[in-house]
Design a protein around this ligand. Structure first.
Ligand code: P6P
Length: 338
């Protein structure tokens, strides 16, 4: 008799008790993300068969070529989040500015804002490598009943109510936290149901996997170069293994299960790093900290950074606490690089 796996829907209901005074809106919001993830998953899984590969011939505010699937995923999440009378505004990697939800969809009277990277790592789609969706949820800080403002989105990561990702890999998983640990759900595509497959996910304190784009080595700060040499020297349980998928969600997911560290530091090519604070680093940092891991910019906690711009970038050191500490130790040897 196979073990009965709890469905995501059952899990959300069972955990409703954590949200005092909540009328189930956060649960409905997470359910809407579940629905959008299934729709995007269906398209990602057949991307090679329909005219949805390749670039749309436009660039987003990041100056990155928008892939057709980027735009499709953004449209699906935008539509799903907009139509649920729960959200007053959405900020997306694919949108220049935040999107205020119209009053006919509850708009100003809704209390949550969502920040999202609808299809992270999308350049991998054309080569059939896993990609992901990353989401971050906050209570608005401006009064309910008024139009959502930029300050509703520029909140420290410590204020997140929930965060998670979908990884469209060899299986499709939804992994999320509401501040009470991290749980992973695997989609059974035959029936379109997510089942609790990875309860209470947790980073091992140590690991032997490091994830970084070593092609940027010559551009890295000296502390990062020294840490990479540390990873590669034959001492103790080193050299470590280098694993870099080019998809943050996939590298994070593997490191959380096996132990490891992900680094996207500053470089002379990316003086502030590449990853975006609001819809990549903060949600992944919330998950990391809820799963016995850590996330910093090489010096300080990611979730304590006060955001100033919607698409601002920060350096990102994330994963097993002892490995991040080792990397920070090398960074601290060069205070001039801070
Ligand atoms: P690079 C994808 O564009 C992304 O935001 C992350 O998912 C990934 O880890 C990183 O950028 C890859 O960047 O510069 O190594 O190609």
């Amino acid at each position: 008799m196979s073990q009965k796996h709890t469905t995501l829907g059952e899990f959300i209901i069972d955990n409703q008790k954590h949200f005092q005074y909540s009328s189930g809106e956060l649960s409905r919001l997470i359910n809407s993300i579940r629905l959008a993830a299934k729709v995007v998953n269906h398209e990602v899984n057949k991307a090679g068969l329909v005219d949805i590969l390749g670039a749309v011939g436009e660039t987003n505010i990041q100056g990155e070529d928008q892939q057709k699937l980027d735009v499709y995923a953004n449209d699906i999440f935008m539509q799903t989040l907009t139509n649920r009378q729960i959200v007053c505004g959405v900020a997306s990697e694919e949108e220049d500015d935040f999107v205020a939800i119209e009053s006919n969809n509850g708009g100003h009277n809704n209390k949550y804002v969502v920040l999202i990277d609808p299809l992270d790592g999308s350049s991998n789609v054309d080569v059939n490598v896993s990609v992901g969706t990353i989401f971050s949820i906050y209570h608005r800080v401006t009064p309910i009943g008024t139009p959502v403002q930029l300050e509703d989105f520029l909140q420290e990561g410590t204020k997140q109510v929930a965060a998670g990702y979908v990884v469209y890999g060899t299986s499709t998983m939804l992994v999320y936290t509401t501040g009470h640990g991290v749980n992973g759900f695997t989609l059974n595509p035959a029936i379109g149901t997510f089942y609790l497959s990875h309860p209470n996910m947790s980073f091992p304190d140590d690991g032997n996997i490091y994830s970084i784009n070593e092609g940027n080595y010559v551009h890295f700060p000296q502390g990062v170069k020294d840490y990479l040499k540390f990873c590669q020297e034959e001492v103790d349980n080193r050299p470590y293994t280098s694993r870099y998928i080019g998809s943050l969600v996939s590298d994070f997911h593997r490191n959380m299960i096996k132990g490891g560290v992900y680094l996207y530091p500053t470089s002379s090519k990316a003086p502030k790093g590449k990853l975006r604070l609001l819809y990549e680093c903060n949600p992944m940092a919330f998950l990391a900290e809820q799963a016995n891991g850590v996330a910093t910019d090489g010096y300080k906690r990611i979730m304590e950074i006060k955001p100033t711009e919607l698409h601002q970038r920060v350096p990102f050191f994330c994963g097993s606490k002892n490995m991040v500490a080792d990397a920070e130790g090398f960074m601290a040897m060069y205070p001039e690089d801070a």
